[in-house]
Design a protein around this ligand. Structure first.
Ligand code: NI
Length: 190
């Protein structure tokens, strides 16, 4: 958690602004953007996050990192190798949506239940500047939608299913334990 203090916290204006697209023509040779990408991946890893958006480290540019693996904050997270997405945008979303719990490194200590599209297709440039397109579903799709929101100044607390679906971390953990006891294996779908 040594990088935790570098993460912008709820209330800081950078989290509420719309981020700018990056120049992708010479992405592979752009030292500043490559360094930004490295930093995003490093902070995600250090803070046990499953994703991070550049504004969260104070840089209002359209770059996100996703790097999901089961960890203390998300024990049921799928395995998703660390990936940088430059200028990501949704090109397709499923009509089906689902609710699940989210947290955010910029909103510490709070969990909330949020609707997200079940399946999405995201188009982006990879760190070599190559256009990529990827279809993701479930929790992985949720991570990308959460991070894309950050680029438009939107936080998960803006999208709660209801104000009552907002818990402290301790109460959320309690809820997960109860759910796991009721129905083993279903803890991530309370
Ligand atoms: Ni977040």
């Amino acid at each position: 958690m040594q990088n935790f203090l570098k993460i912008a916290q709820l209330g800081q204006p950078v989290l509420r602004q719309c981020s700018s697209a990056v120049a992708v023509e010479n992405l592979a040779g752009d030292r500043a953007l490559q360094a930004l990408g490295d930093q995003l991946l490093a902070v995600t890893r250090a803070a046990d996050g499953v994703g991070l958006a550049a504004p969260q480290i104070g840089v209002p540019l359209r770059v996100i990192a996703i790097a999901s693996r089961p960890n203390a904050r998300y024990p049921h997270a799928p395995l998703l190798p660390p990936t940088l997405l430059f200028n990501p945008r949704l090109v397709k979303t499923s009509r089906d949506r689902e609710q699940d719990w989210e947290g955010c490194l910029s909103v510490p200590g709070i969990r909330g239940r949020v609707w997200r599209h079940q399946t999405i297709t995201v188009a982006y440039r990879d760190r070599h500047g190559c256009p990529q397109q990827r279809e993701l579903t479930g929790f992985a799709a949720r991570i990308v939608q959460h991070e894309l929101d950050h680029l438009d100044g939107i936080l998960f607390v803006d999208r709660l299913v209801s104000e009552r679906d907002c818990f402290t971390e301790a109460e959320y953990q309690q809820l997960q334990k109860q759910a796991a006891a009721r129905e083993p294996g279903a803890a991530s779908r309370v």
